[in-house]
Design a protein around this ligand. Structure first.
Ligand code: UDX
Ligand code: ADP
Length: 467
């Protein structure tokens, strides 16, 4: 079987970029990305490429090249399902906010709705591919729904977890470290379905980088990869606190340990805390799975990665308060960055949200500048926490289009995201427009301490102790 038509349900941070790259690399396949959110689909179809709903370096060029040729964005979900030989499910799987597993388990509501819709609409055999991050054994649940609700149509379910990181999504998709495909390796049909997806990726990924496994190994590998990556960040963040107390420099420690080839140099940047849609959600998921099997020690072990991350965010805001003479009430603090990392407009679980919430609780005024995040999103993020009314958030937090305006007349500046442009600012000019002493809290370790102190700033860098 050769794939002629792909449908992807969910036009988000994963579905959009992934399908754009598949369309670019497989010109003979028609790719349709569908979503129930009309505004999102309109944005994907916008002639002005600056209005695409996802900002990723390199994405707009690819969309421009293939959109309208073999890449389409639509809200006609049923039509796209019916036409497709292969359906990717790429919808959101947030942490449950209600009922059993609240705050831990993944909410599979959207996945189940997709499965039921596919079953209802499909008139010919389909390969259904899980792209969203899911708990182990979700494929089994999808299969059960499809087999029991469809009209005699055959489905094969594959797990093909996405390992792209936001900000580098296009590069990660074009040159993946590996592609993982899990399927039912116990049947001929299952093996054939795996091969069909392997053929799609072989259009641009070397064969030796395409791994095939049984479906549960694939699902669990995604959670494990994210848990290991997040654990490295929490580990180095734990060391950052020791460094600050003992007078060491965490960046020197990172470099020294990263040169050990057994450890490796990546994911050792101390920060104000990790964010993003995956790390926390996947670890909570892992903790929930471990607990549900009675593996309490395993659950506690992984939960500690989250506890450390929460501590790192709180520690950062506590330090701002204590440095500003134990009160920030009525003081203005500028935030450089709101996104959870540079080169993305995504703010899910961003450390900035928690740090802002803590400072607003202390009655500070917060002035935010982020090169890519929209004002509406910032208020939505705060609103979601529910600590204050929208009116109060609007009174105490202001979003600026221009960084210099945001930093004017502030008591302190906090760097929350490592956007490259922050390093290029005219810091002399910024210093002169601030209240004195002028405090700079570098939550990403991107500025040079000596240079900042020479200008006059009282400078704090995460993980850098006084020597
Ligand atoms: C992650 C995984 O990397 C990716 O494989 C998976 O598909 C989805 O989850 P993402 O969340 O997009 O990707 O970004 P990532 O680069 O992993 O960063 C996550 C968070 O960790 C960010 O807030 C980042 O700033 C932080 N981080 C990362 C650090 O604080 N220090 C580091 O050294 C690396
Ligand atoms: P991710 O980071 O996993 O891509 P996003 O939240 O960015 O997550 O995107 C998920 C998308 O899936 C959203 O645009 C949402 O509207 C869409 N979605 C959720 N459920 C359905 C559904 N049943 N049919 C179509 N689209 C859906």
């Amino acid at each position: 079987m050769q794939i002629k038509s792909i449908c992807c349900i969910g036009a988000g941070y994963v579905g959009g970029p992934t399908m754009a790259v598949i369309a670019k690399k497989c010109p003979e396949i028609q790719v349709t990305v569908v979503d129930i959110n009309q505004t999102r689909i309109d944005a994907w179809n916008d002639n002005n490429l600056n209005n695409l709903p996802v900002f990723e370096p390199g994405l707009a060029d690819i969309v421009n090249e293939v959109r309208g040729k073999n890449l389409h964005f639509s809200i006609e979900v049923d039509k796209a399902i019916e036409k497709a030989d292969m359906i990717f499910i790429s919808v959101n799987t947030p942490t449950k906010t209600y009922g059993k597993g609240k705050g831990m388990a993944a909410d599979l509501k959207y996945i189940e709705l997709c499965a039921r819709q596919i079953a209802k609409v499909a008139k010919s055999d389909k390969i259904v591919v899980e792209k969203s991050t899911l708990p182990v054994r979700t494929a089994e649940a999808i299969k059960s729904i499809l087999d029991n609700t469809s009209n005699g149509v055959e489905f094969q379910i594959l797990s093909n977890p996405e390992f792209l990181a936001e900000g580098t999504a296009i590069q990660d998709l074009l040159n993946p470290d590996r592609v993982l495909i899990g399927g039912d390796t116990s049947t001929i049909e299952g093996k054939q379905a795996i091969e069909v997806l392997v053929e799609v990726y072989k259009n641009w990924v070397p064969k030796e980088k395409i791994l095939t496994t049984k479906v549960w190994s694939s699902e669990l590998s995604k959670l494990t990869a994210n848990a290991f990556l997040a654990q490295r960040v929490s580990s180095i963040n734990a060391m950052s606190e020791i460094c600050e107390k003992t007078g060491a420099d965490v960046q020197e420690v990172s470099k020294a340990i990263g040169m050990d080839s057994r450890i490796g140099s990546k994911f050792l940047n101390a920060s104000v805390g990790f964010g993003g849609s995956c790390f926390q959600k996947d670890i909570l998921n892992l903790v929930y799975i471990a607990k549900s099997y009675g593996l309490n020690e395993v659950a506690d072990y992984w939960e500690q990665v989250i506890i450390m991350n929460e501590h790192q965010k709180d520690r950062f805001s506590d330090n701002i308060v204590s440095t500003l003479y134990n009160t920030v009430s009525g003081k203005k603090i500028a935030f450089l960055g709101w996104a959870f990392k540079k080169n993305t407009n995504d703010t899910r679980e961003s450390a900035a949200i928690k740090v802002a919430d803590n400072l607003l609780n202390e009655q500070a005024f917060v002035a935010v500048y982020d090169p890519k995040v929209k004002t509406k999103q910032i208020y939505q993020d705060l609103d979601y926490l529910g600590s204050r009314s929208l009116e109060e958030n609007k009174k105490y937090l202001e979003v600026f289009e221009n960084p210099y305006d945001a930093m004017k007349d502030t008591h302190g500046i906090a760097i929350l995201t490592e956007w490259d442009e922050f390093k290029e600012y005219d810091w002399e000019k910024i210093y002169h427009k601030m209240k004195k002493p002028a405090f700079l809290f570098d939550g990403r370790g991107i500025m040079n301490k000596k240079k900042m102190e020479k200008i006059g700033f009282v400078y704090y860098k995460i993980g850098l102790g006084d020597s």
